[in-house]
Design a protein around this ligand. Structure first.
Ligand code: E4P
Length: 217
C-alpha cells in the first residue's frame, strides 16, 4: 500500500520523506489554511520535494471554473493530481482532465455508487472518507471494501485512496482490504510505530542491560 501524507506542513513531509514513507501528498483547503501559506507557493515546494502525486484541490463548484482553476493548479508541477469534488460537475471536470492526460483525485466520496461513477469518469484516484463516515456511526472501512470489490469485479484502474484516516487501525484495516493508497496525517503515520508491549519490553531490556553492565558503545 502506498503512503500519502495528508498535510501541507512542509517540515512534517520532509521528515517522513527522508524515511522513505512518502509516496505522495494530499492537501485540501483546510490543510492549506492550517499551513498559513499561499496555496501555489506551498504546493510548489511540496512538489519539488516529493516525486509522487501531490493533490491540489479546486474550490470552484461549476465545471467551467473547475477546469480553469484546475488547469492553473496543474501548471505548478508535473506531479500535480487535480482534486475535484464528487459532484456531477466534478465528474465532468475529472473526465476533461484525464482525457488531457492529467492525474485526478476525486474527493469527498461517501458511497460505492459515487466511486463507480468516478471510475467511469477515468479518475486516477478515488478518495473515500473513512473518518467522516465513522463520525456518523457508519462504517468507513465497509465502504473501502465495497469499492475494492466493485473495482476488482470490472478491472477498473482507478486507485482507491483511503482518506480521512484518523488512527493507526485505519491504516492496517485499509491495507488488509487492499486499498491502493492511504493518506494519513503525519501523527497517524508516527503512531503506527507505537505498541505498549514494545515500550514495556524496552524498559525491561534497558533495566537488565544496566544490571548486566552493558554499555552503549
Ligand atoms: C484527503 O484527501 C482528505 O482531504 C482528508 O483525508 C480529509 O480528512 P479529514 O476528514 O480528517 O478532514
Amino acid at each position: 500500500m502506498k503512503f500519502f501524507v495528508d498535510t501541507a506542513d512542509i517540515d512534517a513531509i520532509r521528515e517522513l520523506h527522508a524515511l522513505g514513507m512518502v509516496d505522495g501528498v494530499t492537501t485540501n483547503p483546510s490543510l492549506i489554511l492550517k499551513s498559513g501559506r499561499d496555496i501555489h507557493e506551498v504546493t510548489k515546494e511540496i512538489c519539488d520535494l516529493v516525486d509522487g502525486p501531490v493533490s491540489a484541490e479546486v474550490i470552484a463548484l461549476d465545471y467551467d471554473s473547475m477546469v480553469r482553476e484546475g488547469s492553473k493548479l496543474a501548471e505548478i508541477a508535473d506531479n500535480i493530481a487535480i482534486k475535484v469534488p464528487l459532484t456531477w460537475d466534478g465528474l465532468k471536470a475529472c473526465k476533461h482532465f484525464t482525457d488531457h492526460g492529467q492525474m485526478v483525485n476525486v474527493t469527498l466520496c461517501f458511497s460505492a455508487n459515487q466511486a463507480l461513477l468516478a471510475a467511469k469518469a477515468g479518475a486516477t484516484f478515488i478518495s473515500p472518507f473513512i473518518g467522516r463516515l465513522d463520525d456518523l456511526n457508519l462504517d468507513g472501512m465497509e465502504l473501502i471494501a465495497d469499492i475494492r470489490q466493485i473495482y476488482d469485479n470490472y478491472g477498473f484502474e482507478t486507485q482507491i485512496l483511503a482518506a480521512s484516516i484518523r488512527n493507526a487501525n485505519h491504516m492496517s484495516d485499509a491495507a488488509k482490504i487492499g486499498a491502493d493508497v492511504a493518506t494519513a496525517p503525519p501523527a497517524v503515520i508516527h503512531a503506527m510505530a507505537n505498541h505498549v508491549l514494545t515500550d514495556k519490553g524496552l524498559d525491561a531490556f534497558v533495566a537488565d542491560a544496566k544490571k548486566a553492565g552493558i554499555k552503549i558503545v
